[in-house]
Design a protein around this ligand. Structure first.
Ligand code: UTP
Length: 796
């Protein structure tokens, strides 16, 4: 309630329990005496003065455009001096598009405005009164204060591991990612700034935010999607044109007459102009007239063409579109869903972040074959509609519940749904966030996407063949995933998703669903290991392990290991070759790179269950997980090094034979850094051709020297740990696999540093093992062997 009274009292609202709020100063006080103090106080008096100065300036100022680029404030001032005293001229930042000319009093202003035509330097000027704006005090803000520090994955993992259960982790994800109050306010200010400038050029236009800034799924730093609504401007322009015609002169208001002449709109007819033409104009206004805006670019090839921009002070990037009313509507719909059930936000945030980490979402420049956030969100909403009992109603059900039975049509599509989510009955579904997330993955791991169109309207998958015969279906762009927009029924929101992404999505859902069945997902680790969402959010997820593979092919050098009777195709040779490679890998890791390794060989007649399968990945990862960061346990086999994964006796000898071994390794120093420099120290500039250097020994010396640079040969804490599984397989019926594959699995939270090491190993390890096979051919497990045969090779 506004407090009655003269002057300053109009700024005060009374609050429940006797308090007051001063809207001018954004100050809340507890009682009447405090209010009186505030109103008499310096801050309030200063702002009141500032407001009256601004208001009086506004009443005496004109908005001028149409002059030559490069016209100076002085030239403008000189021109307007002919009508009376000019107090100030404020130019736009590029000094070429508009200026605010402050005159001494309103009398001079009237003289200026009554002049039918103004021209300067041969250019016709547009001169109009200033838009009247409410005075608003903006508390001082530190530069970039609204930009929250980017949350690193490590910090996120740390925070998430500390809470008690997955439900709490999911709420925390929302808290950590959503806008802070400052960021929200900053965005409001940027929107107001745009609004102010655009209403000068496009009278009665509205700038309306949509998408993640306002739909309930804000992510700190996300794009600012804006819709420039020019509907009223079009009507304004039409009436202004009529007003400009002589026969209608007496019907037009003086204000309209002056604005019609003075607006940039005289250059364009909004009704007949094409979208790219209007966007070009929007881009010009943005570039030249909005303070702080840069990198303006029209993208007219998008489904919804936009002007992209950056705003320097806030650090925000965004888009402005002009034909996207449906987006306002679906933004309200998403907002409605978040308010309808409190599980919606945590679930959407978790799925979005998971998808980003798995490289399923996040097209860098808008286009691309990945999911956009809108599509992912709709997928979650659809999933919630299909729970039993449903968490959310279908769009069709919402239409029936609509407040007054009134139809809301946007671009010809029925967008009716109730305004107030409080009118919905609470869902009877008792599922927790944690189990809903697990179920989300479970549902989509086996969903037959290709044959159906996912309909949020009906809350079910429609058979694609039938749907395509419907009116909406005929224009629908079919893809590997068909996700119908809830309102624009002919739009496939996932049309850009390609076959590869769709397959990867299902695979990732499968891996995630599997993980969600484990205790590690459901229960907090009592031993400080990562658990719950943290593992789900690992970049690349379990499939990353698959990519951490180095393949060591069979080469002619290997032939020299075998006697002439042993043919490369024979099983004996296969086994012997594997043993040599295994010795080589072990030698390179331990002796050359100074890692600690413990090996668990496989017994005869035993093999890994389904080599390369999810189980093996899981075994490797589980093993890696057992070594949490900072653990100082010895890696010897009995004490928690590699224990063999589940084995099964070979029952059928015609099945492929798998040779495999697993090592658990610890890396103590960054032996992959600066090797070239250290190596130079050990190589004389003019090598004696008679003296050969064993490259393996040389590389061992390099590693040793790098370790010693660190001071300690064996520090208390290792740098990181990983497991590596070497395996080879014959295809049964005598067909031998011709490579040994090494699958690596780092301890998950040490993934980043491991990546560097792995990158180095990809080049180093195959060369070194090859070298080992050619030079150390006698003795399976002894590193000592034949002297170097002087083969040269290049190392980074
Ligand atoms: P985004 O996919 O960018 O979603 O679409 P978002 O929630 O804003 O996420 P950020 O910006 O990536 O963080 C932005 C908005 O564009 C509309 C929707 O209103 C969506 O919220 N949109 C997007 C559509 O109407 N249809 C589409 O196919 C895609």
């Amino acid at each position: 309630m506004e407090v009655e009274g003269a002057g300053t009292r109009g700024d005060v609202d009374s609050l429940p329990r006797g308090g007051f709020r001063c809207r001018l100063c954004h100050v809340t006080v507890a009682n009447k005496p405090s209010l009186d103090d505030h109103l008499r106080g310096k801050k309030h008096q200063r702002l009141e003065n500032l407001r009256s100065v601004r208001q009086s300036q506004e009443l005496r100022s004109v908005f001028v455009s149409g002059f030559h680029k490069g016209t100076t404030a002085l030239e403008l001032s000189n021109y307007f001096q002919t009508y009376g005293k000019v107090l100030n001229v404020v130019m736009d930042k590029d000094k070429g598009v508009y200026a605010i000319v402050e005159l001494q009093d309103e009398e001079i202003l009237q003289k200026v405005l009554s002049q039918p035509q103004h021209s300067l330097g041969g250019q016709k000027l547009r001169v109009k009164p200033r838009e009247k704006k409410d005075f608003r005090y903006t508390p001082p803000r530190k530069q970039g204060a609204a930009r929250r520090e980017q949350l690193s994955p490590e910090k996120l993992a740390q925070n998430l591991c500390q809470v008690d259960d997955v439900d709490a982790q999911m709420s925390l994800v929302v808290q950590l990612f959503e806008f802070s109050e400052t960021e929200r306010r900053l965005r409001d200010l940027v929107v107001k700034l745009f609004q102010e400038v655009f209403s000068e050029f496009f009278p009665e236009s509205a700038i309306l935010p949509f998408g993640s800034s306002v739909n309930g799924f804000s992510i700190s730093g996300c794009d600012l999607d804006l819709f420039l609504d020019l509907e009223k401007t079009k009507s304004f322009q039409a009436s202004a044109r009529v007003a400009g015609k002589p026969q209608a002169e007496e019907e037009a208001s003086p204000e309209m007459e002056s604005r019609s002449e003075d607006s940039i709109l005289t250059d364009i007819d909004l009704v007949t102009a094409t979208v790219p033409e209007v966007l070009e104009l929007v881009a010009t206004v943005l570039q030249k007239c909005v303070p702080g805006v840069h990198h303006v670019q029209v993208v007219s090839t998008a489904r919804r063409p936009v002007v992209k921009f950056c705003h320097k002070e806030s650090g925000l990037r965004g888009d402005i579109s002009i034909n996207n009313k449906l987006a306002l509507c679906n933004t309200r719909f998403l907002q409605f869903c978040t308010e309808a059930d409190e599980r919606v936000r945590p679930l959407v945030y978790a799925v979005r972040y998971w998808a980003k980490q798995q490289a399923l979402a996040g097209n860098p420049f808008g286009g691309g074959p990945l999911f956009n956030n809108y599509a992912l969100t709709l997928l979650v909403l659809f999933f919630l509609q299909t729970r039993s009992p449903p968490v959310l109603p279908t769009v069709a059900q919402l239409k029936d519940l609509s407040d007054d039975g009134e139809l809301t049509l946007v671009d010809g599509w029925d967008c009716t749904f109730p305004k107030d989510p409080a009118s919905l009955k609470p869902s009877g579904n008792p599922e927790s966030r944690c189990s809903l997330l697990a179920e989300f993955f479970h549902v989509f791991e086996s969903c037959s996407f290709a044959g159906c169109a996912i309909s949020l309207g009906e809350g079910r998958s429609l058979p694609l063949s039938d749907f395509l015969l419907s009116e909406a279906g005929r224009k629908f762009k079919v893809g590997p995933i068909n996700l119908q927009d809830p309102f624009e029924l002919s739009h496939n929101v996932a049309a850009n998703v390609n076959e590869k992404t769709a397959l990867l999505f299902q695979r990732c859902c499968h891996n995630a669903a599997k993980y969600c069945r484990s205790l590690q997902y459901q229960h907090k680790s009592s031993k400080g290991k990562i658990w719950g969402l943290v593992r789900l959010f690992q970049p690349g997820g379990p499939q990353a392990a698959e990519r951490l593979v180095i393949s060591l092919p069979w080469t002619p050098a290997s032939q020299s290991l075998c006697s002439h009777e042993q043919l490369p195709q024979s099983r004996d040779f296969h086994q012997l070759w594997f043993q040599r490679v295994r010795a080589g890998v072990s030698f390179v890791l331990e002796h050359v790179l100074k890692c600690s390794c413990s090996e668990k060989p496989q017994g005869p007649g035993e093999e890994w269950e389904a080599a390369g399968s999810d189980q093996e990945e899981e075994q490797l990862r589980t093993k890696a997980d057992q070594w949490s960061v900072g653990s100082k346990r010895s890696l010897d086999m009995e004490e928690g090094g590699a224990s063999p994964p589940a084995k099964k006796p070979r029952a059928d000898t015609s099945l492929p034979t798998t040779e495999s071994v697993i090592w658990s390794c610890t890396v103590w120093h960054r032996v992959w850094l600066g090797r070239r420099r250290v190596r130079r120290r050990f190589c004389s500039p003019e090598p004696d051709p008679k003296q050969t250097v064993d490259p393996l020994e040389l590389e061992a010396k390099v590693s040793e020297a790098i370790s010693q640079q660190d001071g300690e040969t064996r520090p208390v804490d290792p740098l990181f740990r990983f497991t590596v599984c070497a395996r080879t397989q014959d295809g049964g019926s005598g067909e031998q696999d011709t490579h040994v594959s090494l699958s690596f699995a780092p301890v998950p939270e040490q993934g980043a540093v491991f990546q560097d090491f792995f990158h180095f190993l990809q080049g180093f390890l195959p060369q070194m093992v090859e070298r080992y096979l050619t030079t150390k051919s006698s003795g399976l497990h002894t590193p000592e062997g034949n002297p170097s045969q002087g083969i040269t090779f290049e190392l980074r």
